[in-house]
Design a protein around this ligand. Structure first.
Ligand SMILES: Cc1cc2nc3c(=O)[nH]c(=O)nc-3n(C[C@H](O)[C@H](O)[C@H](O)COP(=O)(O)OP(=O)(O)OC[C@H]3O[C@@H](n4cnc5c(N)ncnc54)[C@H](O)[C@@H]3O)c2cc1C
Length: 400
């Protein structure tokens, strides 16, 4: 069996793992990423791709820790997307440079918008009637433009993978074994590839679990408690058909009634991904019940839009995070240390850069030879990039 010494082994190639890999490689770490499925499967490729600047977290008028953590993210990502900063994300598709924000016309909703404008780096800019996109012209309340970019998460994952292909391996979790010291320190991990029969030993100085939902099983295998993890389910809606381009949130007080993002499927058809409060409310609902509720909410939030010929579908996905105790979303990114094992959750796609910086501050300094010895990995399989939910097998409804 070939054995390789290295600085860091990362489990999981979603936003968190790939951004961390990029950061470490650029700081001369001998780092390797192990992916058990397809890159970005789980949350990242299913997400809506909004690079939040904190507005959602200030709708109640309180400028809290979440808003503070995330406020610098749109500028940081914009620099990467334009190739002015690293990682260079010039092959990541930008679906929209900004989001729209509009409200339903209730008093609660008006108060929310006052809070939204306080203390933010990304302030919503009120649009005059003739500046509004056609799809929002019939909305009774104010419409704002919010400089939060929307990216295509699949192309973002593909972009980072293309830059680090040599350092990303696909492995079979059934062939993974850890050798640990009594205090839990991982001394060695062994991989056996069932397809090729190859074995590989890795002796990392640190291990980072950035596997989203997979962190639970990995922590169990490492005899670590799963107590610090939590999952918050969503039941998301997808619409397919002749739909206008729209990326943004309809807010009502501190609630985001719906968040809509627009994508294209593999056949070039327009897709609306719909989340927000409807996806939280819909967790206990059957798909058809959820979709009827979504249609009613969209009709209330977007007066005048016709759903003729539109097809409707739903998918379930869990947000995987560090536990908060209250069961609510953590305020920011989370990294926990047990001996030489770190468990990491970005909490939001937008916060992946902050998580990578936090981990780099905590991980031991680079020591192994970052440039040499990678040829032992040449024969190992590389992972694919996950497909978004609308390109997966799904039931699409015409009549609800
Ligand atoms: C529906 C939805 C919409 C969202 N919208 C937004 C948004 O608009 N903006 C925003 O900022 N955030 C959003 N988020 C949150 C964001 O998607 C997540 O915080 C982020 O993508 C988490 O990234 P991750 O890398 O930690 O996890 P994941 O994306 O889940 O990646 C985990 C990776 O680990 C791999 N893996 C699993 N098990 C193992 C194992 N045993 N070994 C190795 N690899 C393994 C998986 O295959 C996957 O590649 C959204 C989340 C959801 C669910």
């Amino acid at each position: 069996m070939v054995t390789r010494k290295l600085d860091v082994v990362i489990f999981g190639g979603g936003a968190a793992g790939l951004w961390l890999l990029d950061t470490l490689v650029r700081h001369d770490y001998a780092a390797l990423l192990l992916e058990s499925e397809a890159l970005g499967s789980g949350q990242t490729v299913s997400s809506q791709g909004i690079i939040h600047g904190g507005l959602k977290y200030t709708l109640d008028g309180i400028f809290n820790r979440s808003a503070d953590a995330i406020r610098a993210m749109p500028d940081l990502w914009r620099d990467c997307l334009a190739g002015r900063a690293t990682p260079r994300l010039t092959d990541t598709r930008v679906r929209a440079a900004a989001c729209h924000l509009w409200r339903t016309d209730t008093l609660r909703s008006r108060l929310g918008m006052v809070g939204a404008r306080r203390g933010l780096q990304v302030r919503p800019e009120r649009l005059e009637a003739d500046q509004r996109p056609a799809v929002l012209r019939a909305c009774p309340g104010d419409v704002f433009l919010l400089a939060e970019p929307v990216i295509c998460p699949q192309s973002f994952i593909a972009d980072l993978f293309a830059q680090h292909r040599a350092r990303c391996l696909k492995y079979n979790p059934d062939g993974l074994a850890f050798e640990q010291d009594a205090d839990g320190t991982v001394r060695e991990l062994r991989l056996r590839d069932a397809w090729t029969g190859q074995s590989l030993g890795l002796r990392p100085r640190a291990v980072v679990l950035a596997a989203g939902r997979g962190n639970v099983a990995l922590r169990r295998q490492l005899r670590l408690s799963t107590e610090p993890t939590q999952e918050r389910p969503l039941h998301m809606a997808m619409l397919r058909g002749s739909l206008p381009e729209l990326n943004g949130h309809c807010v009502d007080g501190a609630r985001t009634r719906v968040t809509i993002t627009t994508a294209r499927d593999a056949d070039g058809r327009t897709i609306w991904q719909v989340g927000g409060q409807v996806a939280e409310d819909g967790v206990a609902q059957e798909p058809e019940v959820l979709l009827r509720h979504v249609r009613a909410e969209l009709t209330a939030c977007l007066p005048g839009v016709s759903w003729d010929g539109v097809e409707w579908s739903a998918y379930r996905v869990n947000r995987c995070e560090g536990r908060t105790g209250s069961g609510r979303r953590p305020d920011h990114e989370v990294a926990l240390r047990d001996a030489n094992v770190w468990s990491a959750w970005p909490t939001k796609l937008a916060l992946a850069p902050r998580l990578a910086n936090l981990l780099r501050e905590q991980l031991p300094a680079a020591e192994s030879d970052a440039g040499a010895g990678w040829e032992v990995l040449d024969g190992w399989p590389r992972p694919a990039v996950a497909d978004p939910p609308w390109d997966e097998e799904a039931t699409w409804y015409r009549d609800l």
